[in-house]
Design a protein around this ligand. Sequence first.
Ligand SMILES: Cc1cc2nc3c(=O)[nH]c(=O)nc-3n(C[C@H](O)[C@H](O)[C@H](O)COP(=O)(O)OP(=O)(O)OC[C@H]3O[C@@H](n4cnc5c(N)ncnc54)[C@H](O)[C@@H]3O)c2cc1C
Length: 459
Amino acid sequence: MPAAFDALVIGTGQAGPALAARLAGAGRRVAIVERAAFGGTCVNDGCTPTKTLIASAYAAHLARRAAEYGIQAGEVRVDMKRVKARKDAVVAGSTRGVEKWMRGTKGVTVFQGHASFVNENSVVVNGETLTASQIFINVGGRPLIPKMPGLDAVPYLTNQSMMDLDFVPEHLLVVGGSYIGLEFGQMLRRFGSKVTVVEMGPRLVGREDEDVSQALREILEAEGIQVRTGAECLAVEKDGAGVSIGLGCHEGAPRERGSHLLLAVGRAPNTDDLGLAAAGIKTDARGYVEVDAALRTTNPGVWALGDCNGKGAFTHTAWNDYEIVADNLLSSAGRKWTDRIPAYALYTDPPLGRVGMSEAEIKKAGIKALVGKRPMTRVARAVEKGETRGFLKIHVEEGSKRILGAALLGMSADEVVHSLIDAVYARTPYTEFQRRVRIHPNVSELLPTVMEDLKPLAP
Ligand SMILES: Cc1cc2nc3c(=O)[nH]c(=O)nc-3n(C[C@H](O)[C@H](O)[C@H](O)COP(=O)(O)OP(=O)(O)OC[C@H]3O[C@@H](n4cnc5c(N)ncnc54)[C@H](O)[C@@H]3O)c2cc1C
């Protein structure tokens, strides 16, 4: 006899637990299934641990720069065991919190094990069948392992196994010059590793505008990170105790040797072992669950939330998915993920805060736009703090004066960008944005100034 519930949530990532709690609060009998650590990627091997480790790396970096501020700090030594212990303590608090929350929520029953669909409204977990008229998939993703010649014969790290690192690798080869690769690359460099970032594309973070890619490259190179772009023919082989990677680059040495290899080339959704076909749920060619604007799958009783639907790859987009689905089910709110404006941060130092359209997207859409740009060297707060790398760049639409998007690469940009996120959502004309008084000294106070000197976007 299957165990029957009103709602069944698969996965305890960033959308599942909040949805389970909200549905239970509305009187539904809810089951939630988790096959690994509670809290999913963000809590266990994504945002929380990386930002905790990045904080340690920043401390080491600042300690090395202490003399610039007139402070004698002595020799800087990184104790990776203690760095890892600090990270583990932060992660343990978060994952325990999610588990305690779910087990302590009235109306929620927790199942630990792998869930797989057996028909349209049932899954099996540890041999037990669970049924529900509404099922919510929040299974997230895992590191993508590329098809690279030689990879089956060499050891490699991923963002998951990096979490176990309690030593400083002598020379880390990072394959992938995008968000995850750059955060780890700069972090390990600051811990003391030699770091080489290898990117197949012609530039780092290829989704960003060229000036952002270039500035990031210069910032990383200035810290001693070697960047190899255009590495189109990647192949790896064992080299003594380390690993050697063939780059096939147009310039520079054709091979790089390192002690450790980190793969950071993207993510794959955890949908291949979910039995989706048995439930009539379609995926795209890359395995992402197909959803409509309200996040409903091709099975009308099943929704997909978070990374597995391919409509966002962030904790805040997964959380927003939860809000959309819960509001629609409980308040007939008619919310859609398509109303979401892209916003995210890259947590290098300095960080990149992004919102809305990039320069390339504006040009592609044929929008007549103006751009304002200011180097961080002309931001008082940055000068005072000795953190003047990067720039602030804002795009506005010529006719409506609406703020279309921004790329802020500079100190505190991950926070500063929020005032522009609000303005983009509110469709605020930049002329109105400029009238608001901001606090001095602050990076945010310069945003209106950036919009004072606008130039037409070059075609
Ligand atoms: C290194 C790294 C750094 C990141 N940093 C940031 C950041 O700074 N900011 C940000 O916004 N985002 C960041 N992200 C992305 C963020 O972690 C994800 O977008 C976020 O976790 C949302 O995931 P989710 O809710 O879709 O699922 P996940 O968090 O991946 O959780 C899915 C859960 O489902 C479980 N599961 C999967 N299949 C099954 C099954 N069949 N049965 C039972 N359980 C199952 C998994 O075990 C997992 O616990 C980062 C990601 C990585 C890898």
